[in-house]
Design a protein around this ligand. Structure first.
Ligand code: SAM
Length: 352
């Protein structure tokens, strides 16, 4: 691991955030992760200093994850102090993107409303800019009692991703997240389009046939393989996690991978859509630090906090070269790039 001392100039922007009283577990050119209760970190940061908070907190699950989950009846009371601080630290045009999975009432095949209650409560403070749906077909069928044993419910495979603004007009530009046009649209662009009224009553003007460089994405993401048979308006987030750089280096370092990671592409989408290079992004429930790693690759400044030592330590894997990269491992499959476009910057880790 290429670890070196942090120089004074490396920490000046952290000083401007009031964070010099905390010791980063490690830091890079663009960011720092703290082994700390994120409530303390958020409380220390100045008001109106952050462009985006992108995070996935522990969910209120009936089957506990190893890192602990607040039960449904205490969940909102537990989460709200973090959200109050998030509101305070966001700039007026800042965004809060919250990935939150659904849950079941204990002992019954009845869905919990907790993730909607969270949204309703937050919408009294923040402005709900839009809701997104992340469809993960690889999700295991659970709760087993209702899905695989009694067979009275189907697999729950969608997370809500709530996008809130501090105000009505968070910074956003969908031209930065355009998708490739479908074959049908490409042919229409070539052949031209006759303006007419659709059966739905929508008036489609000739502007419809204008090439804008790509299609505006829908508010649905999927981690299904792009070639799977999916409704055409799903935004594919290719799930290459099973052979990712992170998992490979975790194996090499002998650390256990974080058990509940979100896909890099989810972060990549919101960074491109809602932030500019140099903006500050905060993840208060850092886990394996996907947020920090993608920020690093996309040249955003980042601050993450994670309360579990094993996870923070394991998250280094996202920033260091794998032994295979360095030629120390036996020949195997080609190491996939950590980030699309080859923007990965392993070995940039610094430690105090
Ligand atoms: C769902 S996981 C986040 C996973 C992360 N998005 C990723 O992709 O790796 C939630 C994380 O929040 C951490 N956590 C819980 N309470 C915390 C707190 N008060 N401060 C910092 N981290 C906390 C847990 O240890 C857990 O790793």
């Amino acid at each position: 691991m290429n670890v070196r001392e942090v120089r004074h100039e490396d920490v000046t922007w952290l000083a401007s955030l009031g964070l010099l009283g905390f010791r980063p577990h490690y830091q890079t050119g663009n960011g720092a992760i703290y082994l700390e209760d994120s409530l303390k970190i958020l409380q220390t940061m100045p008001a109106s200093s952050v462009d985006l908070v992108m995070t996935s907190p522990p969910f209120a699950l009936t089957r506990q994850k190893e890192y602990g989950n607040e039960p449904i009846d205490r969940y909102i009371a537990w989460l709200m102090p973090f959200c109050d601080q998030i509101f305070r630290v966001l700039k007026d045009d800042g965004s809060f993107v919250l990935d939150i999975g659904g849950s079941w009432e204990p002992g019954a095949p009845v869905r919990s409303m907790y993730h909607f209650e969270v949204a309703v409560k937050l919408a009294r403070k923040f402005k709900l800019a839009q809701e997104f749906y992340w469809f993960n077909p690889a999700r295991l069928p659970s709760p087993a009692e209702w899905v695989t044993v009694r067979r009275v419910r189907v697999k729950d495979a969608v997370n809500m991703v709530w996008w809130f603004g501090k105000t009505e007009n968070p910074k956003a530009d969908n031209r930065r997240v355009l998708q490739p046009y479908s074959e049908a649209m490409k042919s229409l662009l070539q052949k031209g389009y006759r303006a007419k009224k659709r059966p739905s009553g929508h008036d489609i003007s000739t502007k419809f046939a204008q090439d804008n460089g790509g299609a505006i994405p829908p508010n649905v993401f999927t981690t299904a393989h792009p070639t799977d048979d999916l409704p055409s308006n799903f935004l594919p987030l290719a799930n290459t996690e099973s052979n990712s750089h992170y998992l490979r280096v975790c194996r090499e370092m002998g650390t256990k991978p974080h058990p509940a990671r979100y896909p890099e592409n989810l972060v990549r989408f919101f960074l491109a859509f809602l932030t500019d290079p140099g903006d500050l992004v905060v993840d208060p429930f850092g886990g394996s630090n996907v947020t920090g790693a993608v920020c690093e690759a996309m040249n955003r400044r980042w601050v993450a906090a994670e309360i579990n030592r094993e996870y923070v330590e394991g998250s280094r894997a996202r920033f260091v070269a794998s032994a295979a990269d360095l030629g120390a491992a036996p020949a195997g499959p080609t190491q996939p790039a950590l980030f699309d476009g080859g923007a990965a910057t392993p070995k940039k880790l610094r430690r105090r």
